[in-house]
Design a protein. Sequence first.
Length: 350
Amino acid sequence: MRLGINLGYWGAGMDADNLAVAREADKLGYSVCWAAEAYGSDAPTVLAWVAAQTEQIDVGSAIFQIPARAPAMTAMTAATLDSLSGGRFRLGLGVSGPQVSEGWYGVKFDKPLARTREYVEIVRKAMTRERLTHEGEHWTLPLPGGPGKPIKLTVHPEREHIPLYIAAIGPKNLELTGEIADGALILFCAPEHAEETAISHIRTGREKVGKTLEGFDVVPTVPMAVGDDVDALADLFRPYTALYVGGMGSAKQNFYNKLAQRMGYEKEAAEIQEKFLGGDKEGAAAAVPKQLIDSTTLLGSVERIADRMQAYAEAGVTTLSLAPAGFTREERLTSLRAGVEALERAGLAE
């Protein structure tokens, strides 16, 4: 099992710290550094900045939002980043959510699976440098009856095949990811529930196209905090968990709330969401079960974290991307080093 680092969103006064974290991860042998985007910092700019100041670590989008860019633009960006980084780019895609898609980008959040399938098809075709044509439900290239003509990408990517990942939570999306992608980006992954909530659905998708899980990259992002008091460390992540389970979406459409339900927290998920959407964010955080936090994070001593890493590896995780907690740069760097030590203690270091 390999280690990755997830910087999350750029900004919030942590720019210099994030760059220091990326550089340290590069020195420590982490395999990939991911950057996110929502409606603040964009991921391509961050990844170009990180790639320019690191040497070995891959840089990956977790994610580029599908409603934010035409698929051909995403192919251009991916090819450019791969070329500039010397073949170190990984392309992660996701549909985002209805609030961001419709409220920020003005793109209707409908038929996300069909849209994702078609988007990936166009991106892959564009990156082969074939002349781009496509007739689908969501995109037609070139537009009919106009001056447009089939053209091809002029930038040469460093590699013929840039690894493509999809952020997936629901069973159907996970199945689609297994079918059309090289890896899956997942959140709130508990190794005890990974088979039924994620791996089995990915496997089904792989089998549909005559493939196995061999070579497929299962990549959960897992928050991490090192220390002796596990209960206090778990409390650090109560607001984070409450935000996703309770507030990331509407009362009818929250993928993370449904995931918590599938993990056996039906009653708790409903309470968290009711409180969060009602404006009681502190109450929502207090309602998060400690076990839900503990099972989806890495908390405690290096030895305890090593045990949990072993559980993730046994569950089928191939790249464990850490999101180290810390109020200071040094705290985050210490967590990075502890992650490497824990991986070695677990006997998982390559």
